[in-house]
Design a protein around this ligand. Structure first.
Ligand SMILES: Nc1nc2c(ncn2[C@@H]2O[C@H](COP(=O)(O)OP(=O)(O)OP(=O)(O)O)[C@@H](O)[C@H]2O)c(=O)[nH]1
Ligand SMILES: [Mg+2]
Length: 586
């Protein structure tokens, strides 16, 4: 029999060495990274299957992901499987990283949507399914954790159908066995096209077994439903079903291939990612049905004419490698030292988890990391015409909350804004803007509270910063006081009245043998601003103590405190005139 599947594939055939990309996506903790680990093990890319629970897996190898026990960035791993090259993009499921999921979906040939066997959680698939269906991305639904499933597959399928806009086609029925505690467990499956039964093993490929007699009615009913769905898009199959002719398996495989590639149907597979159950069945389905790079480029209206074209879908900033632009090559090839659209291609790297392998050339279909192409960011393509935005790349989602950041040390402000630039480049759904310090309200745009002022004027601000209270140390009429105080309107953090120099004045009064009484702020400031005047009797305590001692002599009029703003004005003026004079003297 001819291999009808290979004959119908335009733009490549399984085993031809072509490079295809599959995105593993799905809700948070649905088991994508565990599935990736099993895929890597099943294809021989790793010699030992590690677990995400033990934080030893290839995926989620970044310190942040390890620390949090969840995916925080796209895990990229390429494998060789039966003569073809595959790159799997395992995306984080958490909603905070949704843009990464969309970016990976934008560049993949097919997506595997991993979900848990729980009908009440299928609603979490909705945003991903919407993006996938809007962009006509061929996708498979992989019902994971089937080992711990308590729900019937039929109920799961109807829950999934309720959120899917495409017809679902169940490809397997589970073989279940009662357990000692009165429940049931899934021990294998029947493939509905080949009509063969398999028993799962804790590790390795499932064993072919004889079809259990008790499953036959369920199997024939599920197969009939599968064929009816496929016949909705194929008249030949429909005629055969009407005339009660058993269709050829090759015809069923071809329909599955064509209708999957056209995003008309969604095959549903069962398995348990962290036990390797159903993983080989999934790989085989991908091998036969995933479109090739030329077809995907056509779907996205990208040129595939042999001229080098790569699309960046993600930027990573790494401490040792600098900026890495993760790209998919859509057409032609990229090689080290080549110049494309005015950009020199430096080092080419192939990611495998946290590892980066240096390669000399990246062919069409491959995922490659370009090192230090500073001008290239996510959502842009690099071709002969230079760098240009890709039309259908997912736009960044609007922000849902804001956060205010402040450098603890003023000298770190430049570092902070540099770091924020990198974070925003890595995840465009984040954005930031630099806002002026509220205390700089009277200084015009672009200047902060301490610019253009002398040391004396800066001191209270620095003191305020040190104490975490921006109003602290500012006089009542300081221009920055009110906005700073408003920023601290939380009832428990109202700026407390300023008490300064009381101790010093008290000591001085004691030395001069004068009574001391706590005073208002104006008096204290007078004492502070005119220290020399404190020497004479009656000068330090110009308030009630002096009056109670017989009043102040007329020859010594009370010096009113100089408002701080005026004094500040003198300082600014002073420094300005000094500055002008030094310039004119040059
Ligand atoms: N019983 C069972 N548990 C599984 C299976 N696959 C994964 N798990 C468990 O599910 C949890 C989450 O697995 P991960 O592979 O990290 O899930 P993920 O989808 O990559 O998570 P995020 O990337 O954070 O969204 C881990 O505790 C796994 O051990 C499975 O097939 N059966
Ligand atoms: Mg993960």
């Amino acid at each position: 029999m001819n291999d009808i599947k290979s004959e119908t594939i335009a733009g490549g055939r399984p085993g031809s060495g072509a490079h295809r990309v599959v995105a593993l996506c799905g809700p948070y903790l649905s088991g994508k990274t565990s599935l990736l680990e099993s895929i890597l093990y099943a294809t021989g890319a790793i010699g030992r299957r590690e677990s995400t629970r033990a934080v030893t897996s290839i995926g989620d190898g970044a310190p942040e992901a390890r620390k949090r026990g969840m995916g925080t960035e796209i895990n990229v791993a390429s494998v060789d499987y039966l003569g073809d090259q595959w790159t799997f993009l395992d995306v984080p499921g958490s909603i905070e990283f949704q843009h990464d999921a969309y970016a990976a979906l934008a560049v993949c040939d097919a997506a595997v949507l991993v979900c848990e066997p729980s009908p009440e959680r299928v609603v979490a698939l909705t945003p991903l399914l919407k993006y996938i269906e809007d962009h006509h991305i061929p996708h498979i639904l992989f019902v994971n954790k089937i080992d711990s499933a308590e729900v019937r597959v039929r109920d799961m399928l109807s829950a999934l159908q309720a959120v899917s806009g495409r017809k679902l086609v169940l490809r397997q029925v589970p073989i279940r066995r009662p357990t000692n505690d009165g429940g049931e467990e899934t021990v294998g499956y029947v493939d509905l096209v080949s009509e063969r039964a398999y028993r799962y093993k804790p590790s390795g490929a499932s064993d072919l077994i004889e079809m259990p007699a008790e499953i036959l009615p369920r199997e024939s009913e599920a197969r009939r439903e599968m064929l009816e769905t496929l016949s909705e898009f194929d008249d030949t199959l429909l005629e055969q079903l009407i005339e009660d002719i058993a269709p050829e398996k090759s015809l069923i495989y071809r329909d599955l291939h064509d209708e999957f590639g056209a995003d008309q149907i969604v095959p549903v597979l069962l398995g348990a990612g962290d036990r390797e159950n159903g993983v080989r069945r999934l790989l085989k389905a991908l091998r036969h049905d995933t479109p090739f790079v030329g077809e995907t480029a056509k779907r996205r209206a990208l040129p595939s004419n042999g001229v080098a074209l790569a699309e960046c879908f993600k930027v990573l900033h790494q401490s040792h490698a600098g900026k890495l632009s993760l790209c998919r090559v859509w057409s032609g090839a990229l090689s080290e030292g080549q110049s494309v659209g005015g950009q020199r291609i430096g080092t080419l790297l192939r990611p495998f988890g946290q590892r980066l392998d240096k390669i000399a050339e990246a062919k069409a279909g491959e995922i490659v990391a370009l090192a230090k192409v500073d001008a290239l960011s996510g959502g842009q393509s690099l071709g002969a015409g230079g760098i240009a935005p890709t039309a259908d790349f997912p736009p960044a989602d609007p922000a849902v909350f804001g956060l205010s950041l402040k450098a603890k040390n003023r000298n770190d402000e430049v570092k902070l804004s540099g770091a924020l630039h990198k974070i925003v480049e890595e995840d465009p759904s984040l954005s930031f803007e630099a806002r002026r310090d509220p205390r700089a309200a009277d200084q015009g745009p672009g200047r902060d509270a301490s610019q253009g002022r002398g040391r004396q004027a800066r001191r209270p601000l620095q003191r305020g910063r040190r104490h975490g209270n921006p109003a602290r140390g500012l006089s009542r009429d300081h221009p920055g006081r009110r906005p700073a105080a408003r920023a601290l309107q939380a009832p428990d953090r109202r700026p407390r009245p300023v008490r300064r120099h009381q101790g010093r004045d008290q000591a001085l009064a004691a030395r001069l043998g004068l009574p001391f009484r706590r005073q208002g702020r104006g008096r204290r400031r007078t004492a502070q601003l005119h220290p020399r005047r404190r020497a004479g009797p009656g000068r330090v305590h110009q308030g009630r103590p002096a009056r109670s001692a017989g009043g102040r002599p007329r020859s010594h009029p009370v010096r009113r405190p100089v408002p701080f703003r005026r004094q500040l004005g003198d300082v600014v003026q002073d420094s300005a005139s000094r500055c002008c004079s030094s310039r004119s003297s040059r």
